[in-house]
Design a protein around this ligand. Structure first.
Ligand SMILES: *Cc1c(COP(=O)(O)O)cnc(C)c1O
Length: 424
């Protein structure tokens, strides 16, 4: 490939940015001004290309002032009065904003709190307990580690059997596979909507109905879809869904997770971490646990108020842009990733291990090459930040409102240059 052809890649990217009606949103994020657009100024301090927004989204510029104002005003000024005045309501208030902007869910069915791992544990336990005569939990072998480990632990605690579905690492759980695995013995199924490794986008409505036909409950893990793929949880008759808020919802490192429980199921489910915040009357401080009505029963302890503030800004932004427009940009970015990979990287031995069909793909593309461990370490030194997933995977994460086509092209050109430079 000639220098001219390489330069043409950046011109094409610039044209896609010029035609992108969501491009204006990028300016609202911290750090994008520092990025040397289209340049390759190598410095570990300057992020030239951020391709890991699917692991940790960039902060919005409004978040710094917002947090400072919270410390001065709400926390420092209102002190303990803040709980009654507002903070007690935030876990359901912000969750309902999320439900409207991203989940396709009516209000009163979503709650923010805990981490994804803790919420998955609580909900899997609650679902298993709601099917006491059934003996199996179904999960796939390529699900996210925390999901698999939790299932193993809960099976051991409850004397259940894990039914593993072996999924191909370059795709994900199919409807046929699930149909073959569920039956009268299935208590609960745990599925990731978008596979963290391959980016495979499962058919949420179809898988849900297959599990329901077998009388099982389904817990959906939405970590890699919420904020980038439109969801219709109510329409799909989803039972329970859990997701994190620091990936495409830009809530910041360790921001709390969310849980959705379909309204008619809420009274039936009892979660195992029965702390005072899930009690019907927490401030009565009475003897004996009695679960609250509605989503409050899925709380355990004091809600993480500061952790909820940043995501609220991003939820509002997604609402403004519209989740379907966000998805359209995400598809355009993953399509461009595949197009450029075919041109720039396939000739160097790189293999695409994400679905080719955009309809079956989330918002990242995974590439494989035996040298990617070295390549990613070198790229990080240059301010080009994809992530590495052992053994050979380089994940290109596209966060639709903050990633530009130029940033993406710059990153993939850097991957090509690093692959061409000898090891060592
Ligand atoms: C990121 C991610 C998690 C993270 O769980 P934490 O409790 O936030 O560490 C869980 N499941 C999936 C599928 C993920 O992608």
């Amino acid at each position: 490939m000639s220098d001219q052809q390489l330069a043409h890649v950046l011109e094409r990217a610039a044209q896609l940015d010029a035609d992108d009606h969501l491009a204006v949103y990028r300016e609202l994020f911290v750090g994008v001004d520092a990025a040397a657009e289209g340049g390759a100024a190598a410095s570990a301090d300057v992020v030239v290309s951020y391709l890991d927004g699917n692991s940790l989204g960039r902060p919005l510029k409004t978040v710094g002032p917002l947090l400072a104002a919270f410390v001065e005003g709400a926390w420092g000024g209102r002190l303990i009065r803040g709980w009654d005045e507002q903070w007690m309501r935030l876990p359901t208030l912000i969750a309902d904003e999320l439900a409207a902007a991203c989940l396709g869910a009516a209000s009163g069915q979503t709650l923010i709190g805990d981490s994804t791992t803790v919420l998955l544990y609580k909900m899997l336990r609650a679902c298993a307990a709601a099917r006491p005569d059934r003996t199996e939990i179904v999960v796939d072998t390529d699900n996210f580690p925390t999901d698999r480990y939790l299932v193993e632990g809960i099976a051991a605690e409850r004397g259940l059997t894990v039914r593993w579905i072996t999924t191909a690492p370059d795709s994900g759980l199919t409807t046929d596979q699930l149909a073959a695995a569920v039956g009268p013995q299935t208590a609960v199924v745990l599925v990731s909507h978008v596979a963290y490794r391959s980016g495979y986008l499962t058919d949420l409505a179809e898988l849900t109905s297959i599990a329901h036909e077998a009388g099982a409950l389904v817990v959906w893990d939405l970590c890699h879809s919420v904020g980038s793929v439109p969801l219709e949880l109510d329409a799909a008759n989803v039972d329970v869904a859990v997701g994190c808020t620091y990936k495409y919802l830009n809530g910041g490192p360790g921001s709390p997770a969310f849980v959705y429980v379909r309204r008619d199921l809420q009274g039936e489910l009892r979660q195992p971490v029965q702390g005072w915040f899930g009690h019907a009357d927490p401030f009565a401080m009475g003897p004996g646990y009695e679960p609250a009505a509605g989503m409050a029963r899925f709380q355990s302890g004091t809600p993480p108020v500061i952790g909820m503030l940043a995501m609220r800004e991003m939820i509002a932004l997604i609402g403004q842009a519209g989740i379907h427009s966000v998805r359209a940009k995400s598809v355009a970015l993953t399509e461009f990733t595949i197009e450029l990979t075919d041109e720039l990287l396939t000739p160097l031995g790189v293999v695409i291990t994400s679905p080719q069909d955009a309809g079956r793909r989330g918002s990242h593309v995974t590439l494989d090459h035996p040298e990617f461990r070295r390549v990613v370490a070198e790229l990080w030194q240059q301010g080009v930040l994809p992530d590495f997933r052992a053994p050979f995977g380089l994940r290109v994460g596209l966060s639709p409102l903050s990633t530009s086509f130029t940033e993406l092209a710059t990153g993939l050109l850097a991957v090509r240059a690093a692959l061409q430079s000898p090891a060592g």
